[in-house]
Design a protein around this ligand. Sequence first.
Ligand code: AMP
Ligand code: MG
Length: 389
Amino acid sequence: MLAKCEPGRTTTVSIGEAADLVTSTELKAAGPIPPFDNTAMDGFAIRSADLADAPVTLEMVGTIAAGAIPDISVGQGQAVRIMTGAPMPPGADAVVMVELTTMSEDETSVDVAESVPVGNHIRPTGDDVVEGQVVFPARTHLRPAHLGVCASIGVYDIPVFERPRVGVISTGDELLDGPGPLGVGQIHDSNRHTLLALVNAMGATGVDLGLVPDDEDQIRDAMTQAAANCDAVITSGGVSMGDFDYVKKVLTEIGDMAWMQVAIKPAKPLAFGTVDGTPIFGLPGNPVSSMVSFELFARPGIRKMMGHLEPIPTPVRGIAAADMLRGSDGKTHFARVHATPTNDGNYAASFSGGQGSHQLSAMAAANALAIVPDGDGIRAGEPVDLLLL
Ligand code: AMP
Ligand code: MG
């Protein structure tokens, strides 16, 4: 499945558009950061040797603010008042913080209580990044701190993999779009809203392709158009064994389709394949199933398309805070749980609500999926693997 999801086109986006994208080339610093020696503290720029016999009194010869040009030099027995981030004036080799000083009332001299070593509170040029340094390799996921680093090295246009456009389609005659009163046998279409939000939250672009009834021709048209206009497509519904489950039938016909049944609960039915190279994830219709299926299959596929080097999520180890019982059925269960961090760096997890695949409120209350292997379940106090959501 992942083999059919290749990283997409590369492009250059402005820094304001780059959050959550993945870099397509390495980024190098054109100059050092910090670009000049500056003070880490509000205080006085001095010569360390002058404080050897502290307490001492020094002559005040000026003030340098952040952003100012350091045009005052510090001679023997002198001090310059200096503010955090301001460039170090020539002649000074250390900063003494303001808390260790007392200025005379007329501000012509300053008493310094203690001596400080050469370099004290100075942030030297290149202390964070040296000139020419590769700050990020290609395939770096751009999180907020990365964007700050890009700005600090003056890179405002960032080479990235394009944000994939992911079409989302709901299928089902019973579905109603919008809040209108439900007719007999109708339910509101919830999957499309959940799936679009999941797609957008991971940094891809969700494209709302609406609702399609359980009609073979309409499903064929919708899929064909979606595949032509999007980089990936997610459908929900119509992939199980019912009489009107046309999604997998149509995809088998128009695509390079691998229809699957996966030995998991929920989300056993799954259709995956490509139409003209566009990956299509045919997720099951039950709301919890479609989300679990998204997490296990669609998310890794889309992450790979976004350029992530490690698209598959790694579970973390937690402890069952209550029994997570189940029957043996040959499947791995993905239970909806709430996982609370514990003092010893672990997670204590328990069911977040009813475990039916229609019980979406338990999914909303969950922050993790517990992986419960085939058997009679996990007892309170036993270890459990968790996929954090
Ligand atoms: P299906 O996979 O089409 O057999 O649907 C399985 C169950 O999920 C049925 O109870 C459907 O009514 C329900 N379902 C399918 N699609 C949606 C949707 N978009 N929103 C809410 N429920 C859905
Ligand atoms: Mg259906």
